[in-house]
Design a protein around this ligand. Structure first.
Ligand code: S3P
Length: 406
């Protein structure tokens, strides 16, 4: 059960936080960041920025990042953070040398998707297909790149390299992905044009900016589902990022029958209040261009699906298999362990709705798996194999869970 009416302010958006620190570290002047996510993953990007020569300091409730010409850094530990590793590869290629490595999970994740276009631009990169990867500074030239995978991380890496390359760099996406990089680069003075699925960037320096980080909709999604699976109960989520490239979870939960009110206060990164009220849920289909708008929310949406009437089918989401864990396998095994029916598919999964009875779930060390089954635990007795991983993205999750639990 949950305590209805609880108001929750989720921590800063992880994607926007990484970008604020990284872009600030190559910009002229001091970027002041409000609402930064204070979690291990973003700490990796802060550590990298410092070791490359930027000054990063806490000033009151803000983080100030003063950019500098980057210097070779030796080893950089990206921990569990794919965003740190992939964005850094692109930012480093024309600017400075370093060897990137990560934890066991990150060391299994694909890096060729970033290395390939960067090498086409002239980057000097040794290693792959996985970390560790060594970068040495090289002179880059713009390319026309049509990406095969829908990945904001790859897009961001190529655009960051393009800021320091001769000529124009054009990046075409198979389907739109989160556009935080485009919004922030433009706000920092980059010469960037967007149209027809292609983003074009030319060389130019960035200028420092004042950045407000919205609350992370990927963190808010846990509470959206917590309310959605409790008919009649509401939760109020404040300060949530509502960038339309990230709001798929709201559309899907509405389609499944949850009542959701959104008050959008606008902004470069729109921010607003989201009120979710549970109701009888029904299964749905999630596929195609909707997938990148909720890729990190699919595990918790599968939890909602486990309480819905009928089946929920997720397609076109093979990317789930190369996240912090193989999230298709992790979610299907987890659902089966709590007595729900689910089947894996090469590019997604099928969840058969019912009434999970509870059980013990192996999180595979993946923060989002630990959190989504903790949410399921609000409706059935669940234990998870660990909760340490949660500190990578949402350190106060367990405290909020206790506040929500009635
Ligand atoms: C992210 C993009 C997504 C997402 C990840 C963060 C980003 O990954 O899953 O958690 O900040 O750009 P891909 O771009 O690889 O799909």
């Amino acid at each position: 059960m949950i305590r209805g009416g609880t108001r929750i302010r989720v921590p800063g958006d992880k994607s926007v936080s990484h970008r604020a620190v990284l872009f600030g570290s190559i910009a002229k002047g001091t970027t002041r960041v409000r609402g930064l996510l204070d979690a291990e993953d973003v700490g990796r990007t802060v550590g990298a920025a410092r070791s490359l020569g930027a000054a990063v300091q806490n000033v009151g409730r803000e983080l100030w990042v003063t950019g500098a010409p980057w210097l070779d850094a030796g080893e950089i530990d990206c921990g569990n953070s794919g965003t740190t590793a992939r964005l850094l590869l692109g930012a480093l290629a024309p600017r400075a040398g370093a060897t990137l490595h990560g934890d066991d999970s990150l060391s299994r994740r694909p890096m060729m998707r970033v290395i390939r276009p960067l090498r086409q631009m002239g980057a000097d990169i040794e290693g792959g297909p996985t970390l560790p990867v060594a970068v040495r500074t090289a002179e880059l030239h713009g390319i026309d790149y049509a990406a095969e995978v829908a990945s904001a991380q790859v897009k961001s890496a190529v655009l960051l390299a393009g800021l320091c390359a001769h000529g124009v760099t054009r990046y075409t996406e198979p389907v739109p992905t989160r556009d935080h990089t485009e919004r922030m680069l433009r706000g920092m003075g980059a010469n960037l044009r967007v149209g027809g699925g292609t983003i074009a960037v030319e060389a130019g320096a960035l200028s420092a900016a004042d950045i407000t980080v919205p609350g992370d909709i990927s963190s808010a999604a846990f509470w959206m589902v917590a309310a959605a699976i409790h008919p009649g109960a509401s939760l109020v989520l404040e300060g949530v990022g509502l960038n339309p490239t990230r709001t798929g979870v709201i559309h899907v939960l509405r389609r499944m029958g949850a009542r959701i009110d959104v008050e959008d206060h606008g902004g470069i990164e729109p921010i607003g209040t989201v009120t979710v009220t549970g109701d009888g849920l029904r299964g749905t289909e999630i596929a195609g261009a909707e997938v990148p708008t909720l890729i990190d929310e699919l595990p918790v949406l599968a939890v909602a699906a486990a309480f819905a009437e009928g089946q929920t089918v997720v397609r076109d989401a093979a990317e789930l298999r190369v996240k912090e864990s193989d999230r298709v396998a992790a979610v299907v095994d987890g659902l089966r362990a709590v007595g729900a029916e689910a089947d894996p598919r090469p590019d997604g999964l099928v969840v058969h709705g019912g009434s999970p009875r509870g059980g013990h779930v192996d999180t595979r060390g993946d923060h989002r798996i630990a959190m989504c089954f903790s949410i399921l635990g609000l409706r059935a007795p669940v234990t998870v194999s660990e909760t340490d991983s949660i500190r990578t993205s949402y350190p106060e999750f367990l405290a909020t869970l206790e506040r929500v639990r009635a």
